[in-house]
Ligand binder design. Structure first.
Ligand SMILES: *Cc1c(COP(=O)(O)O)cnc(C)c1O
Length: 485
């Protein structure tokens, strides 16, 4: 109960009476189900509770706290206006089954976002349903199957992808029931067109590609790749997680891709991490339109409606119509930025990545495998530090925490040994980039025994990462048991 010294006895008594008269809940539960003992919760006042939760929030690290250069994740600035508008009651109080005549604004927003995404990617149609990039991939592969089957082409059961691909690509392919064929990259870190040509066959359903790839390198032979894939009768899939590198500059639709997914929470700025929420819209060329998930959002005269009349559709991919709040934030972000703003964001993201890469490589403490020029992210290797001083990529990531910095992605892509994958994004100032570079160089020259036991300044010290994977404790009850033993 609320306690305060300035509240006198009579007032408290009066409040008690009012509460008893008006708010005493009449329990509808049978006696057997009613609580016999008081709830075991701490008896704290408001200030203590506030400070407890505020302290917890400060133990967290987010883009509000500092740079978050997690490669492949595009942890960029999220304009607060997007947050604010996405909390408007007009949006959050809607029910998915409300009559369309009462949800015209939201339908219009979704319809317009589909058009914007078509324009940005060069595709003909979009669905906003998938809830993440990975679900977009899965959707794209179901579309692939529907397409081949509609052509009476039943023997295509292989998906080809490069060894630089994100783990979700082979996982989605396997989930969609396909065999996965991985091809090795060239010494430049790009697709080996010769090998691709040999592996393509009448069994190939689709070739999945990220461009620029996960090394941050643009696949400049994309025209030849598209020609070969199509000549084999297969489809070309674009993993759009790296769209932040090329917005307003180049479009996957123009490169010959048939299916595209975007990660709205990455490129189009929604706070993400810790598992969600996300949105992975899928765009297709005209020939795949009839297979898209239902319902589609249609416009007739000046009104919008859901159309379920797609007999060849792969069906529904998600309950309702997608993660509306993420969709809405992307819509606001695109309107805020404008076409030139998006282009400039990509240009600065690429400039920032190349600035950091150059300084780190010039130091000779880290190596840069593959080509020199990168797009919005780059991957360096700590192999020399490892062989000379026993310092691993993981140790550097942990030590960065002591300096108040979020580590980059480590050990991905798999083809780079002791990989640090850095994506600064367009949101960071030169001062911040310089501080990050200087800290990395400083750590590389520190005493290895210090680094190997880092971090020191965090609430939780070095955790047992293998144990966390192999023996995860996911329920509170198990944790309680262990705590007692
Ligand atoms: C993030 C990412 C994905 C998966 O997207 P989610 O939205 O996390 O499911 C796929 N490919 C690449 C290259 C990515 O970076």
């Amino acid at each position: 109960m609320y306690r305060s010294a300035v509240w006198d006895e009579p007032l408290l008594k009066e409040l008690e009476e009012i509460k008893k008269a008006h708010y005493t809940p009449q329990s509808v539960l049978p006696d057997s189900l009613q609580r016999k003992t008081p709830l075991n919760i701490p008896d704290l006042d408001e200030t203590q509770v506030m400070r407890h939760f505020f302290h917890l929030s400060q133990m967290n690290y987010g883009i509000e706290s500092g740079i978050y250069p997690l490669g492949s994740c595009t942890m960029k600035y999220n304009p607060k206006i997007c947050e604010e508008i996405s909390h408007w009651e007009q949006f959050i109080l809607l029910h998915p089954y409300q009559d369309e005549s009462t949800t015209q604004g939201t339908l219009r927003m979704m319809h317009e976002l589909e058009q914007m995404l078509c324009e940005i990617t060069g595709m003909d149609h979009f669905t906003l349903q998938p809830a993440a990039g990975a679900q977009g991939e899965f959707t794209g592969l179901l579309l692939t199957r529907a397409y081949h089957e509609s052509n009476k082409d039943f023997n295509r059961d292989e998906i080809i992808l490069p060894d630089t691909s994100h783990g979700t690509n082979p996982a989605s392919a396997a989930m969609a029931g396909y065999k996965v064929i991985e091809i090795p990259s060239t010494k430049d870190g790009t697709i080996d067109v010769g090998i691709l040509e040999k592996v393509l066959s009448e069994k190939t359903a689709c070739f999945m590609l990220t461009n620029p790839n996960t090394l941050g390198i643009f696949e400049s032979e994309i025209d030849d790749i598209a020609r070969l894939v199509h000549k084999a009768g297969a489809l070309l899939y674009y993993d759009g997680a790296n769209m932040n590198a090329i917005m307003g500059k180049a479009r996957p639709g123009d490169m010959g891709f048939d299916i595209v997914h975007l990660n709205l929470h990455k490129t189009f700025s929604t706070p993400h991490g810790g598992g969600g929420p996300g949105s992975g819209p899928v765009g297709v060329k005209e020939k795949l339109k009839r297979f898209l998930p239902v319902p589609r959002i249609m416009k007739k005269d000046d009104s919008y409606y859901f159309d379920y009349d797609y007999p060849d559709s792969i069906g529904k991919i998600k309950a309702a119509y997608g993660n509306i709040s993420v969709i809405l934030k992307a819509y606001i972000y695109i309107l805020l930025m404008g076409g030139n703003g998006l282009k400039e964001a990509s240009e600065i993201a690429v400039l920032n990545a190349n600035y950091m890469k150059k300084k780190l490589v010039d130091s000779k403490l880290f190596e840069l495998p593959y080509k020199m020029l990168r797009k919005h992210e780059f991957v360096i290797s700590c192999e020399r530090l490892f062989s000379n001083k026993g310092i691993r990529a993981l140790d550097i990531g942990k030590r960065l925490l002591d300096y108040g910095l979020h580590p980059p992605t480590v050990y991905f892509p798999l083809i780079v040994k002791e990989a640090l994958m850095i994506e600064p994004t367009e949101s960071e100032s030169k001062k911040t980039l310089d501080f990050y570079i200087d800290t990395l160089l400083k750590i590389a020259q520190e005493d290895p025994t210090i680094i190997k036991s880092a971090p020191y300044n965090t609430v939780v010290r070095r955790i047992d990462e293998i144990g966390a994977v192999k023996n995860p404790i996911l329920t509170w009850k198990t944790l309680e048991k262990i705590g007692k033993s």
